[in-house]
Structures are given as structure tokens and as C-alpha cells.
Ligand binder design. Structure first.
Ligand code: SF4
Ligand code: F3S
Length: 393
């Protein structure tokens, strides 16, 4: 692993032109690299290797296919706000074929795909968004006269890596639920071999970018679980790192939307939160860097388990979840910050990188759930005209 000082020292070489190229300061760029390193669960110092890889590696060619989907996965990448993430994504990779973003249409678009496959044979990354309908020989989804089945097989044949982005491509997602009239299937099912999956509806753009940057930095894709999910993002239940977990353990639940418990940020388990049976890092990295708590539970809605096969779009939203892991953690996040507001995701992640801490632990420290018991008592005593000391007796 490199050293952060080394990267700063290399400013005129390794980071030369980074401000112009990315439209961001070096400090923001290095903070961004630290965020990615933490997202991947890499140890202290890895941010320097990540920075170097992004700066010096040849951008991998990416062919991005769209099948049965809503384009929400692409939208989530493009709507990310952390220092122009979409710009970084488009800088880190060479997006040579993407039906939604490319200017070409018709025969030109087909030619662009063929050209990219030929020019980068054996080296390009194939990203698939959307499920693949297999019923009736796949006639429900055709592009340029080819079925999705034929297209994914053709493009995967010479790819260096295949990434299924979003729940639809990862396990069938919403199109595969219910009677599944089109036979919507995952990429792995159609190719008959495992692929890297980044489920979610939508998936978090950091997880995609971290996967690609891992490929750039180490020349291989990250470790995955048996469902093909990168372990850095999907090895923990949402419930394990949820900012409301202390309320769950203390038996404080919102019973209805808008009730006193809901307004005070109590646990959403009894409203059907599927965090206890959903593996993802939504609770630790949030979405879009649009401020603290920018994820479903943080916004006051139960997790619906959108990333988890058999949970999302399958279990009724208000059905209570199976609690897979009931072992209490070693320690709980603080319920309240003593002073001020929480840090931003980026600064917390960068801090975590420098401290070598896990992303979850860092971000948990930034959450502000409301008043702790002691603070509640103090507030009550104040209202009743007593001192804090008297209240605690
Ligand atoms: Fe958080 Fe949901 Fe678990 Fe409650 S049940 S602690 S809201 S993940
Ligand atoms: Fe989806 Fe639940 Fe995360 S609904 S976005 S897996 S919090």
C-alpha cells in the first residue's frame, strides 16, 4: 500500500492536472479516494494506492447493457452528489456503450458496441442492468433485432469481468416476482456461471464504483459471497449497523407512521422493516451524499429489503421481518451527539480511512437520533423546574 504523503509529494506528477481533469481540488480527490477505500473495507494507507490506480491506470472499457429494468440503477449513478461522482465514474471508466447515455442510435449504436468489443477483446468490463426474460425464447426484450439472451451471451464471451448491477440483473428483481410472465432471470442464470452482483433497487453507486476501482487497483474483482455480492458491501445485515438499533434493543418501536415513536426516530421493525434479514451497507454509507440519514430508514421508512432475493418485492411491506442475527453487538452506537451536528459522509469516511476504522463505525458516529435517556430526563426536569442533578437522582 502507498502512503498519503507520498501521493501529496507526487502532486506535480501523479496528480498533475487532476484539478482540470476532474474539476475538483486534490484534497477533494484524495478524500474521495479515502471514501472508496473505506467503502471497500481496505486498511489504512490503501487510499494512496487507490488514488494512484485511478490516476495512472488505463481506463477500463465498459459495455453497459439494459434489459428489463427502469434505468434507476443508471439514474442512481448519475444523480450522486458527492464531488461530482458521476463525473468521476465517467472518468474512471471508459463508457463505450450505454444505451441511455450515448448519443448514437440504431445502426451507429450497434456499431459502437461491436467496435468496443473488438478493440478491447478480453479486457472490457460488461455491466448488465435489468433482468433477462427467457420465456418464449426471450422475445419480450429485443435490441437491434437480438434478444437479451443472445446479447448478454455474446457480450460476456470476451469480457474480462461481468458485473450485474441492481436487483433485476442480480437475482431477477421486481420483474421476476409474482407470476413472472416473461421468465425474468438473473445474468448468472442465463450465463450459467457466477458473476459479480451489486443488488439494490437502486444499488448504491459507491458499491459499483468501489468494485471497478478495486479492479483497477488490484487487477481483480473484490471477494464475493456465494451470491456474487462484494463482501465489503454485503457481508453485514442492515440491522447490525442501523442508527436505530439501540431503540430496537431497548424495545422502543414506532407503531404507526407519524406517531410519537416515529417522530422520535424509534425502530421501524414493527412497521415492517426488513433490515434484520437484508444484507447491504445502506445504513453505513447512505445514498447520494445529500446529507445525513439519506437512506430509507434514515428518512423514516422501513427498509423493504430491495437488495435481498426472497424479501424485496416478495414479502408484504408491513410484514415483520425474520430476525436472522439476534446476537447483541459488542457495543452500540451512541444515541446522541453531545455537541453540534454530525459530520458529512465524506468527511466521516475519510476520517475512518485515516484512522483505519471500519466505515460503519465511522458513519455511526455521525448519526443523531434524538435525545438520550439522560438528556430526556434533563429536558423533563428543566420543564418541571428542577436541576439536572436532581433529575438524575
Ligand atoms: Fe433499523 Fe430496521 Fe433494525 Fe429497526 S429493524 S434497528 S429500523 S434495521
Ligand atoms: Fe433497499 Fe433496504 Fe437499502 S430498501 S436501499 S436494502 S435500506
Amino acid at each position: 500500500m502507498g502512503d498519503m504523503n507520498e501521493i501529496f509529494d507526487l502532486g506535480s506528477d501523479a496528480l498533475h492536472g487532476i484539478e482540470q481533469r476532474l474539476g475538483m481540488s486534490r484534497r477533494d480527490y484524495l478524500q474521495f479516494c479515502a471514501t472508496l477505500a473505506v467503502t471497500m473495507g481496505l486498511p489504512k494507507g490503501a487510499e494512496a494506492a487507490v488514488a494512484k490506480a485511478i490516476e495512472t491506470s488505463q481506463r477500463p472499457s465498459v459495455i453497459w447493457l439494459h434489459f428489463q429494468e427502469c434505468t434507476g440503477c443508471s439514474e442512481s449513478l448519475l444523480r450522486a452528489e458527492h464531488p461530482t461522482l458521476e463525473k468521476l465514474i465517467l472518468d474512471v471508466i471508459s463508457l463505450d456503450y450505454h444505451e441511455t447515455l450515448m448519443a448514437a442510435a440504431g445502426h451507429q449504436a450497434e456499431a459502437a458496441r461491436k467496435d468496443a468489443m473488438k478493440a478491447h477483446k478480453g479486457k472490457y468490463v460488461l455491466v448488465v442492468e435489468g433482468a433477462i426474460p427467457v420465456k418464449d425464447n426471450g422475445i419480450f426484450c429485443k435490441i437491434g433485432g437480438h434478444t437479451a439472451i443472445d446479447l448478454v451471451k455474446e457480450c460476456a464471451a470476451d469480457a474480462a469481468a461481468v458485473i450485474a448491477i441492481g436487483s433485476c440483473a442480480s437475482w431477477g428483481g421486481m420483474p421476476s416476482t409474482g407470476p413472472n410472465p416473461t421468465g425474468a432471470s438473473s445474468v448468472a442464470e442465463v450465463l450459467g456461471k457466477p458473476v459479480v452482483t451489486i443488488p439494490g433497487c437502486p444499488p448504491n453507486p459507491y458499491n459499483f464504483l468501489a468494485t471497478v476501482v478495486h479492479f483497477l487497483t488490484f487487477g481483480k474483482l473484490p471477494d464475493v459471497d456465494k451470491l456474487g455480492r462484494p463482501k465489503f458491501a454485503y457481508s453485514r445485515l442492515i440491522h447490525e449497523n442501523c442508527e436505530r438499533r439501540a431503540h430496537f434493543d431497548a424495545g422502543r418501536f414506532a407503531m404507526e407512521f407519524g406517531d410519537a415513536g416515529h417522530r422520535q426516530g424509534y425502530c421501524l421493525y414493527k412497521l415492517g422493516c426488513k433490515g434484520p434479514e437484508t444484507y447491504a451497507n445502506c445504513s453505513t454509507i447512505g445514498f447520494g451524499d445529500a446529507g445525513e440519514n439519506n437512506w430509507p430508514v434514515g428518512c423514516g421508512h422501513p427498509c423493504i429489503g430491495c437488495s435481498e432475493k426472497g424479501v424485496g418485492f416478495t414479502k408484504p411491506i408491513h410484514q415483520v421481518a425474520s430476525v436472522i442475527n439476534i446476537t447483541p453487538p459488542q457495543q452500540y452506537p451512541r444515541i446522541v451527539e453531545e455537541q453540534g451536528k454530525g459530520a458529512s459522509f465524506a468527511s466521516a469516511a475519510a476520517l475512518a480511512a485515516l484512522a483505519g476504522a471500519a466505515a460503519g463505525a465511522a458513519v455511526m458516529l455521525t448519526r443523531n437520533l434524538g435525545l438520550s435517556h439522560a438528556a430526556e430526563e434533563a429536558e423533563r426536569a428543566k420543564a418541571e423546574g428542577k436541576s439536572k442533578d436532581q433529575a438524575q437522582v
